[in-house]
Design a protein around this ligand. Structure first.
Ligand code: NAD
Ligand code: IPM
Ligand code: MN
Length: 353
C-alpha cells in the first residue's frame, strides 16, 4: 500500500471549509482505489496562530513541512493581520523556499459552468497557465527610504534570473510539445526595458530547441483583451509571477468564477514537496457561512492526484465536477444555487461512488 503523506494548512476564512471537502474527496478516492492511501497531518498555521504567537507558522515549520510528500493549502489572510505579513510568512515563503517554480493553473470552462462572455463555445476556453512562481515581481527585493518623511522613497525590484526564466519557459515548451499545443508567452518588453526584454530573449532562445512548437508572444495588455475577446487563441501560456497572478483571476472570471479556479505549485524535481491550493483567497465576506464553493479545492485535489501518478483519478474528479455543474442541482450561491459547501462535497462523493 502506497501512503501519500500530506501536510494540511487549512488557513483562514473559508480555507478550513473548502479544505474539509477536499480531504473528504481524496480519502474517498483512496478508499475506492484500494492501492494507495493518504495520511493527513493538520497544521494550525495562519492568522489566528499569528495573533496568538506572533508567527504565521512554527519556527521549524519549513523543516517540518519538508518531510511531507505534498502540502494541501486552503487560504491565507484575515482582517487584522497585514496581508504582506500573512502571505509572505506562510504562502509565499513556502513557494520560494521549496522552489515551487511552476504555478500550474488550468483555465478551462467546464460544461455547465457559467461564462460571462457572449457567444463563446465552452471548448474555446481551454488554457493552461504556467506562471513563474519564485521570483520576478515577487522577489521581495527593495527598500523603503526615509520612511514617514516628506522625501520618502520606495523601491520594489523585479528580479529575473537566467536560471529562473529558462526553467519555467522550458517547462512550458515541454508541456506544449507533449500535448501538441501552441505556446504563448505573455510579457511587456515595450515598457519593462530590462526584465521583459530579457524574458522575450529567453523565450526565443529556449524555443530553438522546440521547432515543432507553434509560439505566440503577446504584450500583457493586449493579452488581457484577447482573453476576453478571443480566448481560443490561448492553449499553453507562460508568463511572469505578477502577470500570471492577475491573468489567472481574469481566467477564473471567464471560466466559472473564483469558486472553480485551481492551482498547483510544483517543484518538478521533487526535491521539495509541492503545494496544491485553490487560487482564491480567504473570502472574509462569506467565511463561516457554509457558502464557499469547494470545487476549486476539489480541482486542486485532482491536480494532486495527477502529481502522484493517479491521472485516471484526477480525470475522474474533473468529470465529477462537470457532472455536478451540468446537473445544476447542488451548487453554492456563487453558481446560482442554494447548497452548502458540505453538500457540494457530498455530491462529489456520490458521483465518485
Ligand atoms: P478572495 O479570493 O478571497 O475573494 C474575492 C471574491 O470572490 C469575494 O467576493 C469572495 O466571496 C469570492 N470567492 C472567493 N472564493 C470563493 C469560493 N470558493 N466560493 C465562493 N466565492 C468565493 O480575494 P480577496 O477578497 O481579494 O482577498 C481576501 C483575503 O485573501 C486577503 O487577505 C488576500 O490577501 C487573501 N488571498 C489569499 C490567497 C491565498 O491564500 N492563496 C489568494 C488570494 C487572496
Ligand atoms: C494567488 C494569490 C497570491 C499571489 C497572494 C495571496 C500573495 O493572489 O495565489 O494568486 O499573488 O500569488
Ligand atoms: Mn491571485
Amino acid at each position: 500500500m502506497t501512503v501519500h503523506k500530506i501536510a494540511v494548512i487549512a488557513g483562514d476564512g473559508i480555507g478550513p471549509e473548502v479544505i474539509a471537502e477536499g480531504v473528504k474527496v481524496l480519502n474517498k478516492v483512496a478508499e475506492l482505489d484500494g492501492s494507495f492511501q493518504f495520511e493527513f497531518t493538520y497544521f494550525p498555521w495562519g492568522c489566528e496562530y499569528y495573533k496568538e504567537t506572533g508567527r504565521m507558522m512554527a519556527e521549524d515549520g519549513m523543516e517540518t513541512l519538508s518531510k511531507f510528500d505534498a502540502i494541501f493549502l486552503g487560504a491565507v489572510g484575515a482582517p487584522g493581520v497585514p496581508d504582506h505579513i500573512s502571505l509572505w510568512d506562510l504562502l509565499l515563503i513556502i513557494r520560494k523556499q521549496f522552489d515551487q517554480y511552476i504555478n500550474l493553473r488550468p483555465v478551462k470552462l467546464l460544461k455547465g459552468a457559467p461564462c460571462p462572455l457572449k457567444d463563446v463555445p465552452a471548448e474555446d476556453i481551454d488554457m493552461t497557465f504556467i506562471r513563474e512562481n519564485t521570483e520576478g515581481e515577487y522577489a521581495g527585493s527593495g527598500s523603503w527610504l526615509f520612511k514617514g518623511k516628506p522625501n520618502e522613497v520606495v523601491i520594489q525590484d523585479g528580479v529575473f534570473s537566467r536560471t529562473g526564466c529558462e526553467r519555467v519557459i522550458r517547462y512550458a515548451y515541454e508541456l506544449a510539445k507533449k500535448e501538441g499545443k501552441s505556446l504563448t508567452s505573455i510579457s511587456k518588453a515595450n515598457a519593462l526595458n530590462y526584465s521583459m526584454v530579457f524574458w522575450d530573449q529567453i523565450f526565443a532562445e529556449v524555443g530553438r530547441d522546440y521547432p515543432e512548437v507553434k509560439t505566440y508572444s503577446y504584450l500583457v495588455d493586449a493579452a488581457s483583451m484577447f482573453m476576453v475577446k478571443d480566448p481560443k487563441r490561448f492553449e499553453i501560456v507562460v508568463t511572469s509571477n505578477l502577470f500570471g497572478d492577475i491573468l489567472t483571476d481574469l481566467g477564473a472570471a471567464i471560466a466559472g468564477g473564483m469558486g472553480l479556479a485551481a492551482g498547483a505549485n510544483l517543484n518538478p524535481e521533487r526535491k521539495f514537496p509541492s503545494m496544491f491550493e485553490p487560487i482564491h483567497g480567504s473570502a472574509p465576506d462569506i467565511a463561516g457561512q457554509g457558502k464557499a464553493n469547494p470545487l476549486a479545492t476539489v480541482w486542486s485535489a485532482s491536480q494532486l492526484l495527477d502529481f502522484f501518478g493517479h491521472e485516471d483519478w484526477g480525470k475522474r474528479l474533473i468529470d465529477c465536477i462537470e457532472e455536478v455543474l451540468t446537473d445544476e442541482k447542488v451548487l453554492t450561491p456563487d453558481l446560482g444555487g442554494t447548497a452548502t459547501t458540505q453538500e457540494v462535497g457530498d455530491e462529489i462523493i456520490k458521483k465518485l461512488s
